[in-house]
Ligand binder design. Structure first.
Ligand SMILES: [Zn+2]
Length: 191
């Protein structure tokens, strides 16, 4: 009996070590090499004074949009350099989709590049028109595009193998959509 309990304890220890080390060993780089202008966690972005109470523009994951009918499916990262900042692949992977993301009120079209990084996929969005195509292999740190006139990278994280991004998070969270906040906190000094 004691031997069985010992065996179970050893197994549990191994599994928890595996989970911990795989999350720390993700081997990712920041999607741009620049200081952030604003924080991106819920607490810090609400508290920083950049956005007013009830704003529909908070950068944090799951923030309310469209008067609360929709939720923000990604995190907005604001590089100090603004528009034109080069966005790079956080890890090697394969481009799975390149398409318009949304058109701004001033008429500018923004684009998104979805990359399958293996364990997870990242949608790098609100870019100027990128020169990449689906099927292109990218290396870690390889430029994917430049930040558009929105002056922010809208970053969505999905389970590996995502073929497209969500067209809008209404009601229940899309099943393969992940919260990238803790990963991004490992990559950026939070202002
Ligand atoms: Zn966004």
């Amino acid at each position: 009996m004691l031997r069985l309990i010992t065996a179970i304890l050893i197994m549990m220890t191994c599994f928890s070590n595996t989970a911990r080390s795989s999350s720390l060993d993700l081997d990712v780089v920041a999607p741009f090499d620049a200081e952030l202008k604003y924080p991106f966690t819920k607490e810090a972005s609400v508290g920083c004074g950049r956005w007013g109470k009830g704003s529909q523009d908070y950068p944090y994951f799951a923030a309310p949009r469209n008067k609360g009918r929709r939720r923000h499916a990604g995190v907005d990262l604001y590089p100090a350099g603004g528009a034109g900042t080069v966005v790079v692949a956080m890890r090697g992977g394969v481009v799975t989709r390149v398409a318009p993301f949304y058109r701004r009120a001033n008429g500018e079209m923004t684009y998104a590049v979805l990359v399958d990084h293996g364990d997870f996929s990242i949608n790098y969005a609100e870019l100027k028109r990128p020169g990449l195509h689906p099927g292109t292999e990218v290396k870690q740190g390889q430029p994917l595009g430049q930040i558009s006139g929105t002056r922010q990278l809208h970053l969505e994280m999905y389970a590996g193998g995502a073929k497209t991004w969500t067209s809008g998070w209404y009601g229940a969270k899309p099943g393969n959509l992940l919260d990238p906040t803790s990963l991004l906190l490992q990559l950026y000094q939070h202002p």
